[in-house]
Design a protein around this ligand. Structure first.
Ligand code: C2E
Ligand code: MG
Ligand code: MG
Ligand code: MG
Length: 290
C-alpha cells in the first residue's frame, strides 16, 4: 500500500548513507507530517514565458518539502501520499496562502508578473469549502484574483457536479482556470469545454513525442485550441530548438528547464529582478480585487 511513495526498492544513497525503499518511504511520510503541522511546506516558482517575446509573464507554484537528511523532496513522492491520507487539503491551503502572501509583498507587486499558477489535486476539488477558503485568503492578502490561476487536471473534471459549483464561485470572484497535463490521459475536447478554462497546458510527454517523431498531431491540437479561444502553454521546454518550433506552431507560452528550473521564492524574486526587460516598474496600487 506504500507503493505510491516507494519509487523502487533499490537502496537510495542520501548524504553517504543508504536507505532502503521502506525507510525512505517512512522518512518521506514523517517529513510530510512535520511540514504540514509546522506550516513548513515550501513553495518553488518556475517562470512561464511568452513564446513570442520571450518575456516572463507568469510562474507556476510547485510544492516542495525540505528534510534535513533528504533535502528537498519532490512532489511525486509526497503528493500521492498526501492525497491518500487526506492532508492534501491542508497542504494545498498552505501553498495557496504562501503564494498569496508572496504576491502581496510590495517588492513582488512591483515585478511585471501577470499571474501565478497553482496546482489543485482532484481531492482538493472535492472539498465543498474550497472556494470559500480560497476567496477568504485571497481577500485577506488583497491579491487581485485575476493574478491567481488554478491548474486542474482532467481527473478533477470527472467529479463534475461538486466541482462546477466551486468553480462557478471562484470564477465569479475573478480566479482563472487552467487545464493541466493535456495529452497525458484520455484528453478529449468535449470535456475541456465543460469548464471555463482560459489556458491549456500541454503535457511534457505529449510535447516531447512530437520532437522524437514529428507528425501533425501537436500542431493540429494547438490550432484547434487556439480556434476555440484558449491560450496554450507547452511544458517541458528544454532547448532553444523546441522553443523556436513551438513558437512557430503558435504556442502562446513556454515553460521548462530551457528558461529556468523551479526555484525557491527568494531566488525567483532575484531572478525576476536580474532578468533583462524584467526590471521593477513604478508601483501601481493593485486595489481592484477582481
Ligand atoms: P505539473 O503541475 O505538471 O508541474 C510541472 C512539472 O514539470 C514540475 O515538476 C516541474 O518541475 C517539471 N518541469 C518543468 N519544466 C521541465 C522541463 O523542462 N523538464 C523536466 N524534466 N521537467 C520539467 P514537480 O515540481 O516535480 O511537480 C510534479 C507534479 O506534482 C506537478 O506536475 C503537479 O501535478 C504536482 N504538484 C506540485 N506542486 C503541487 C501542489 O502544490 N499541489 C498539488 N495538488 N500538486 C502539486
Ligand atoms: Mg501544473
Ligand atoms: Mg503539468
Ligand atoms: Mg505534469
Amino acid at each position: 500500500q506504500d507503493q505510491a511513495v516507494v519509487p523502487s526498492q533499490m537502496p537510495i544513497r542520501v548524504d553517504g548513507q543508504y536507505f532502503d525503499g521502506l525507510r525512505h518511504a517512512r522518512a518521506v511520510k514523517r517529513a510530510l507530517k512535520r511540514a504540514i503541522a509546522k506550516d513548513d511546506v515550501s513553495v518553488f516558482f518556475q517562470p512561464i514565458v511568452d513564446a513570442h517575446t520571450q518575456k516572463i509573464v507568469g510562474a507556476e507554484a510547485l510544492a516542495r518539502i525540505y528534510d534535513e537528511k533528504l533535502g528537498y523532496i519532490a512532489p511525486s513522492e509526497f503528493i500521492p501520499l498526501a492525497e491518500k491520507t487526506g492532508s492534501i487539503t491542508e497542504l494545498g491551503m498552505q501553498v495557496f496562502r504562501k503564494v498569496c502572501a508572496f504576491m502581496s509583498e510590495p517588492r513582488i507587486r512591483m515585478l511585471q508578473l501577470d499571474w501565478v499558477n497553482i496546482n489543485l489535486s482532484p481531492i482538493q476539488c472535492m472539498n465543498p469549502h474550497l472556494a470559500e477558503d480560497f476567496i477568504s485568503i485571497q481577500q485577506k492578502y488583497q491579491v487581485p484574483a485575476h493574478k491567481l490561476h488554478l491548474e486542474i487536471t482532467e481527473e478533477s473534471i470527472i467529479n463534475l457536479n461538486t466541482l462546477q459549483n466551486q468553480i462557478a464561485r471562484m470564477r465569479e470572484a475573478g480566479f482563472s482556470f487552467v487545464l493541466d497535463d493535456y495529452g497525458s490521459g484520455y484528453s478529449n475536447l468535449m470535456m475541456v469545454r465543460q469548464i471555463p478554462f482560459i489556458n491549456i497546458k500541454l503535457d511534457m510527454g505529449f510535447v516531447r513525442a512530437h520532437f522524437s517523431q514529428p507528425n501533425t498531431l501537436l500542431p493540429d491540437t494547438i490550432r484547434a485550441f487556439l480556434e476555440l479561444g484558449f491560450s496554450i502553454t507547452a511544458e517541458g521546454v528544454e532547448s532553444e530548438a523546441m522553443a523556436l518550433a513551438l513558437d512557430r506552431m503558435d504556442t502562446t507560452y513556454l515553460q521548462g528547464f530551457h528558461y529556468a528550473r523551479p526555484m525557491p521564492m527568494e531566488d525567483f524574486y532575484q531572478y525576476m529582478r536580474s532578468h533583462a526587460g524584467q526590471e521593477t516598474r513604478e508601483e501601481v496600487p493593485d486595489c481592484d480585487l477582481a
